[in-house]
Design a protein around this ligand. Structure first.
Ligand SMILES: *[C@@H]1O[C@H](CO)[C@@H](O)[C@H](O)[C@H]1NC(C)=O
Ligand SMILES: *[C@@H]1O[C@H](CO)[C@@H](O)[C@H](O)[C@H]1NC(C)=O
Length: 733
């Protein structure tokens, strides 16, 4: 979605966060719940006029209601004006809200409790604002192109990890009685030409990579989907019978409704008959060219759209509303409600635990009470023009907390690195000197003689309706912005204890920085939202032991990714070899591999144990939300012991990768199929348990049109990253 209205400034405040309390896991809404919702919906539909039905499926028009998307109420059945609001990290345009971290930071924690809590809090805030449909979470873009402008809204470049994060987030949001919206469906991997290009994707790649996390969303009973701007195989996503009716509704058994991305609809009849259920915002951005409303009414009367199709649209929309219990006592719409509560604790925890330590030479970190600290970079301070000076965060000035576009929110406050470091320095009685600029002029005088020099650099991206410093949503290159390489070189030339802090929406090429003598530490701080500085101090001073791991590959050269922003159509020639799958398959050495992250302690792995009752063959179970029921059953369990062998407490993300037997058609050398985050005291051991479902051991057989578990030997690799494998075993099928 696009467009913005005037950003509002809220008072900045430095707020300290308490440690977060893990939340109790709710059971996902049972699949049986749809049956009750459908019977309520059917009873309501029977009482509706055709005009009522048209009103329920048609947005009221751009800028015509309290929310970014609105439909008309139907008082005879107590149906309200439905409020649909961005977005995936909080309530867009809200003033009493939390600016949660972007999805990519949540994924980088690999902590399902934190991810779920983030979802619950998102849901609680949406509910408090009377928002019926929160437009998130995001699994498309999946992030196959590192330059992709909106990759940061989603959960990294691996479909398995993204799928788990989708499920946790959706179940969290919907536990609060708010409808989640899985988006953008599907293969919307770049911003440039997103509204004209076609993503031409083969069937197997579609299933094993791009559809995978959306299957998790359906399995978690997500209420709604948003069809995307691009074409799929030459047909608009919102008009694609094979993507909407075929894959989503038939194959995955999705029972909710599909709404269009804002003006992603192109025809009246085609969209209706191909499975789209609701048009948003209901007009173009000038209030004209309504494709449904009266035109849909005419098309139904003319028999071009069957009446049953209209009833099906309405039934799906009402069923989702009943499923979430929104027919009873839902709060009134008030985007400006004060709903933040203590939710910033989650932002800080995710900002902190999603931070990835990439280099720590001579254990320069954690800092041992330095007496003189030098802090460098425009990203060390809040944007001097104001933390919300740029609408929808559409600039790269000052400290970076999220990318730009409709998936952003206004910050209620912002703690920049300088704010938090200064406070800490004052408490320690240490000195801090600041060079809040990316210019190398005068920087050496500031950093010379300091015990440590901390340099903050950035790379930003966002949605294509805003161009920032020449970057049209997607990034033009994978270098740090504002000549960050030269800034680091200038600092390190004058200070041999240089610590580089990277705030970025996605990978950057770090070779220049890593080859600069004096750069002793690199902290990949990602996108920490407004807890930016607090999370950084937590990590730099060892108040927390860094435990984030990369959710994408950092390459040595941009070319190594094998993909870039496409002019024209994208044939997805890399197929299933996305991100680390590409590097592994083509034997390309990454700089930092997917799943990598250092710690202030060490972990050892031992005692791999595998139990399995998996059988070869296709999944043939009855279709439940998410596909055949047996796909979701656990068929093997792997355990491993992880021991903290160092001197400080920490948390390790143990990862399980599967290599498929050769009887399967060409499959990536290793695919993530499990992870577990263990919090361990020094000397303590814990058990990482990985439950493998049938889908985790299956490939998509294009001939049979089924998920099939191949015969032969699967290799199970358990380790600290996709390349730091510590234990291996087999599953013989
Ligand atoms: C797109 O075309 C490819 C190649 O013909 C086919 O394998 C795939 O199933 C099609 N996908 C959709 C969603 O139509
Ligand atoms: C981890 O172990 C390695 C090898 O023994 C050692 O060089 C390194 O210093 C240890 N790291 C930490 C953080 O203790």
């Amino acid at each position: 979605m696009a467009r913005y209205s005037l950003a509002l400034l809220a008072a900045a405040a430095l707020v300290r966060a308490e440690p977060y309390c893990p939340v109790k896991r709710d059971e996902p809404t049972g699949t049986g719940a749809w049956a009750a919702a459908y019977s309520s919906a059917a009873a309501a539909v029977a009482r509706l006029s055709q005009q009522d039905k048209i009103n329920i499926v048609t947005g009221v028009g751009w800028d015509k209601g309290p929310c970014v998307g609105n439909t008309s109420p139907v008082s005879s059945i107590g149906y309200p004006q439905l409020c649909l609001q961005d977005g995936p990290l909080g309530i867009r345009f809200g003033t009493g809200i939390t600016a949660f971290t972007p999805g990519v930071q949540a994924a980088s924690t690999w902590d399902v409790e934190l991810i779920r809590q983030r979802g619950q809090y998102l849901g609680a805030e949406a509910r408090g604002c009377g928002i019926h449909v929160l437009l998130g979470p995001v699994a498309g873009a999946l992030g196959k192109i590192p330059h992709g402008g909106r990759n940061w809204e989603g959960f990294g470049s691996d479909p398995y990890l993204a799928g788990i994060a989708m499920a946790e987030t959706i179940e969290g949001i919907q536990s609060q009685g708010v409808q989640a919206c899985a988006k953008h469906y599907i293969v919307n991997e770049q911003e440039v030409n997103r509204e004209t290009m076609s993503s031409n994707v083969d069937d197997r790649t579609m299933h094993e990579i791009y559809l995978w996390p959306f299957a998790d969303a359906v399995h978690s009973n997500v209420a709604s989907f948003m069809c995307s701007y691009n074409k799929i195989n030459g047909t608009w996503a919102c008009e694609s019978d094979s993507a909407q009716n075929g894959l989503l509704k038939k194959e995955l058994g999705f029972r909710g409704y599909i709404l269009s991305d804002w003006n992603a609809q192109h025809t009246t009849v085609g969209s209706a008959n191909s499975g789209m259920d609701m048009t948003m915002p209901g007009s173009d951005y000038h209030g004209n060219n309504r494709l449904w409303g009266p035109l849909l009414n005419n098309a139904v009367n003319a028999g071009q759209v069957p009446r049953q199709r209209l009833d099906d649209m309405v039934t799906r929309i009402l069923a989702a509303w009943y499923l979430l219990g929104q027919d009873k006592g839902y709060p009134p719409i008030n985007i400006r409600a004060n709903v933040a509560g203590n939710h910033k604790e989650n932002t800080r925890a995710v900002a902190r635990d999603g931070t990835v330590l990439l280099r720590n030479e001579g254990k320069i970190l954690p800092l041992a009470s330095p007496r003189r600290i030098a802090l460098v970079g425009s990203a060390a301070v809040v944007n001097p023009r104001g933390m919300n000076a740029c609408p929808d965060r559409g600039c790269n000035e000052g400290a970076l907390g999220m990318g730009w576009g409709s998936g952003s929110v206004n910050y209620p406050y912002f703690v920049a690195p300088y704010d938090a470091l200064r406070e800490r320095a004052q408490r320690d009685g240490s000195q801090i000197s600041l060079h809040a600029s990316d210019s190398t002029n005068g920087v050496q005088g500031v950093v010379q003689g300091a015990d440590v020099a901390i340099v903050c650099i950035t790379a930003n991206s966002g949605e294509g309706y805003i161009t920032v410093e020449g970057h049209p949503g997607d990034r033009n290159h994978l270098d740090p912005w504002h000549n960050g390489n030269q800034l680091v070189q200038a600092v390190a030339a004058a200070n041999k204890n240089t610590i580089v802090v990277v705030h970025s929406t996605g990978p950057i090429i770090l070779e220049t920085i890593l080859n600069t003598p004096g750069v002793r530490a690199v902290v990949w701080a990602g996108l920490p939202s407004n807890e930016n500085g607090n999370a950084l101090v937590d990590v730099l001073y060892g108040l927390t032991n860094p435990s984030g791991k990369l959710v994408y590959t950092i390459a040595k050269r941009p070319e190594d990714y094998g993909v870039s922003i496409v002019r024209g159509n994208d044939d997805f020639r890399e197929g299933i070899f996305v991100d680390y799958r590409w590097f592994d398959q083509n034997k390309i050495e990454p700089r930092f591999e997917f799943g990598f992250g250092l710690s202030y302690t060490n972990y050892s792995y031992s005692a791999l144990a595998i139990t399995s009752n998996v059988r070869a063959g296709p999944a043939t179970g009855q279709t439940i939300p998410g596909g055949p029921a047996d796909l979701w059953e656990t068929v093997a369990t792997v355990t491993a012991q992880v021991t903290n062998t160092g001197g400080v407490a920490g948390a390790e993300v143990a990862q399980l990768y599967l290599s498929f037997p050769s009887s399967a058609p060409s499959t990536p050398p290793r695919q993530l199929r499990g992870f577990a985050k263990l919090k361990l005291q020094p000397g303590q051991s814990g058990t990482a348990t990985f439950n493998l479902r049938k889908r985790d051991l299956a490939y998509w057989d294009t001939g049979r049109q089924q998920w099939v578990v191949p015969t032969g030997r699967f290799v199970v690799s358990v380790g600290a990253s996709s390349r730091d494998i510590r234990l291996t075993g087999n599953i013989d099928v």
